[in-house]
Every structure is written in C-alpha cells, then in structure tokens.
Design a protein around this ligand. Structure first.
Ligand code: KG4
Ligand code: ZN
Length: 342
C-alpha cells in the first residue's frame, strides 16, 4: 500500500518573528511565511517583549492563512498542528501556543509542541534529505550557543553551552556599541568585509570545567573597553576593524570547540544552526575545519537559519511518526530544556 503523505501546519512565535509553514513528510517545505517585527524593535535597540506579543496577535491568523494558501492546501488536508512552546518570551510563545491549540481543537487534529532549538537543528533536514542522526550540531542564535550531540530524532545531549551571553547576543551588543543598530549580526557580518580581522586582538575565553563551554561576555566587555579607551584618548576608531576583529574572535572560539568535539566524538557529520549560522565567515571557517577533519558539513540556507516555522514542522514530523502528541493543556515554557517534554 502506498504510504500516505503527512502534512504539518507549523507555527513559530517565540521572539520577534510571526511565522507559519506547511511541511510535507518532514522535509518538503510547501510554504514558509515569516512576518518580521524587526523594524518595530529597531528604535528600541532590541526586542521589546510587550510589543512582540501584541504584534504576534495582530499577525498570527494572517500568517497562518497565507501559509495554507501558498502551500495550496486547506485545513482538511493538514494531519497535525505543530507549535514552538519554548524556550522564548512567554507572552510571545503564548500567542502561537494558543492559536495552535485552538486550531487542533476545532479541527480535531493532533497537537505537537516543539522545542525551539530542536527546530533550529531540524532546519538542516530541509535541504539535506540525506542527513540523518547521529551528528554534532553547533546551535548559535540570539538566545543560545550550544554544541549538541544529535543521537537520534528527538534525542539530544548538550555537550557545551554558553556560560553567559549567547553568540548572537554578543554580535547585537557590539553592533550597538559601534553604532550599527539592531539586529547586529547581519550588520557586523557585512561591515567586517571592509575591515582587518587582525587589526585588534580581542581575547578568546577559555572556560573551566567543560572544554566545550563558551563565554562571550568577556569578549564583549573587551570590545567596549577598547572603544571607551579610544574615545578617552581622542583616537578615532575604525568600526570595520572592530567588527572584523570581534567577529574573528567569536568564530575562532566556535570553530575551535566544534572541531575539538568532532575529533573526540568521532562523528562523520557536523551541522550548524540558528541565526548566527547564516554568518558567511562562520560558514566558511566551519567548512574548512570539517574538510580538514574529513567530516561532512551541513548548513541551512540563511532563511532557515533565522527564526521560521518550516524548521518547527520538520522537527514535529518525527514526533508525529512516533505518535508523540500533546494535550490541550500544552503551555508556553519560557525556559524549556532541550530534550525535555512538558
Ligand atoms: O535564531 P534567531 O533568528 O533567533 C533566536 O532564536 O535567537 O537568531 C537571531 C540572532 C541575532 O542575534 C542576530 O544578530 C544573529 O542571529 N544573526 C547573525 C547573522 N544573522 C543573524 N549573527 C551573525 N551574522 C549574521 N549574518
Ligand atoms: Zn531562534
């Protein structure tokens, strides 16, 4: 008998993107609608949770309708409703979770809550149909910096994490200090192309206990001190050199830890995920590291690196085939742990 195709409608609203997507059989993206709030938050220099929640409420139905329309499917054809239920901003998460619960109840379809980071990792499945666990994944976003061992679908072990700021957070803070505005990652990425990454030496932090843990707050302070020092001495700063040197310091640490883990865990495949994974210099440096260590390198297109709902639909598919569904009491869990099901 021919296998039935599975269509998942996925919703993501954990931060400042209201997104919905339709994903077929876990890896085929039929639509991927993203309504970004970046412009609204830019004037405040970062995401304002209250504004984010309000905007999600305004946009969510529109985005869902558009996702169905672009995928040319109707509610009847959908097999399950998936939604990010953590981690993230609680008010923002609640909008997506409430919409997903309402739809699942009204349509009498299964409901699947997805961990946001699991979504980011699963973004790698979209364009790499051959990729299957086990593999190692570096997840670097605005809120997270994790080195994750993906043992199987839905089975994860975090082997390294940030002790303080996430990599994306450091990009955003440094960008603000050199007057680039929010979100800083893409702006530093662009400006650094005109700068010299060797111009200023910023520290590469070593963290005690776990050799795979990260720390970016010292680096961020060191950049701020450098800028203050120049201002006090009335010396002009070259923003492109600061951007390039800072970015190199972040990437050196990320690649160094990643490749050490590749060697120790003896993996054959390595992937990157999250907003910072769209950074051109990081992608190139990880690619070179993987080639040197003879491991296959996987990375999502930039649109699947930053927040989107297609990645949530991919992750949900593997829960769907295991029959792992949530009840209508599913709640937003702002500090949800990876691998934990609440
Ligand atoms: O994954 P994401 O969209 O949201 C979170 O889950 O946090 O990541 C957003 C983060 C922001 O900090 C942004 O500055 C950073 O990803 N980012 C980048 C680039 N594009 C986005 N960082 C460095 N280079 C980029 N090209
Ligand atoms: Zn994210």
């Amino acid at each position: 008998m021919e296998k039935k195709d599975i269509y998942i409608l996925a919703i993501e609203s954990s931060c400042d993107e209201t997104a919905a997507a339709v994903v077929k059989n876990g890896r085929e993206v039929l639509s991927n609608v993203i309504s970004s709030q970046i412009e609204l938050h830019t004037i405040y220099g970062g995401v304002v949770p209250e504004i984010a929640s309000r905007k999600h409420i305004e946009k969510i139905n529109q985005v869902i309708e558009q996702a169905l329309e672009e995928a040319s499917v109707d509610f009847e054809k959908i097999d399950a409703i998936a939604v990010t239920y953590g981690p993230g901003l609680v008010g923002a998460l609640l909008v997506g979770v409430s919409a997903a619960k309402a739809l699942a109840f009204a349509l009498n379809k299964p409901l699947i809550g997805v961990h946001h980071i699991e979504g980011h990792i699963s973004a790698n499945y979209i364009e790499n149909r051959e990729l299957k666990p086990p593999f190692l994944c570096l997840v670097v976003s605005g809120g997270h910096s994790h080195l994750v061992q993906v043992k199987d679908y839905g089975e994860y072990e975090i082997i390294g994490r940030t002790r303080d700021d996430a990599a994306g957070e450091a990009f955003d803070k440094v960008a603000r200090a050199i007057g680039l505005g929010y979100p800083g990652g893409p702006k530093i990425d662009k400006l650094s192309k005109e700068g010299n990454p060797e111009a200023i030496h910023f520290p590469r932090a070593k963290v005690g206990e776990s050799e795979y843990d990260f720390s970016f707050s010292g680096l961020k302070s060191s950049v701020l001190n450098y800028i203050n020092g120049c201002q006090m001495k009335n010396q002009p700063i070259c923003p492109a050199d600061v951007a390039a040197s800072f970015q190199k310091a972040v990437i050196d640490v990320l690649v160094d830890h990643s490749m050490q883990a590749v060697k120790e865990y003896g993996v054959k495949q390595f992937a990157i995920a999250g907003g910072v994974a769209s950074n051109g210099h990081l992608r190139q440096a990880v690619k070179e590291g993987c080639e040197k260590n003879h491991v296959e390198f996987y990375y999502p297109s930039p649109i699947y690196c930053t927040d989107n709902a297609a990645m949530i639909g991919c992750a949900a598919y593997y829960e769907f085939i295991k029959g792992n569904f949530h009840d209508y009491d599913l709640n937003a869990v702002p500090n949800l742990k990876l691998g934990e099901r609440v």
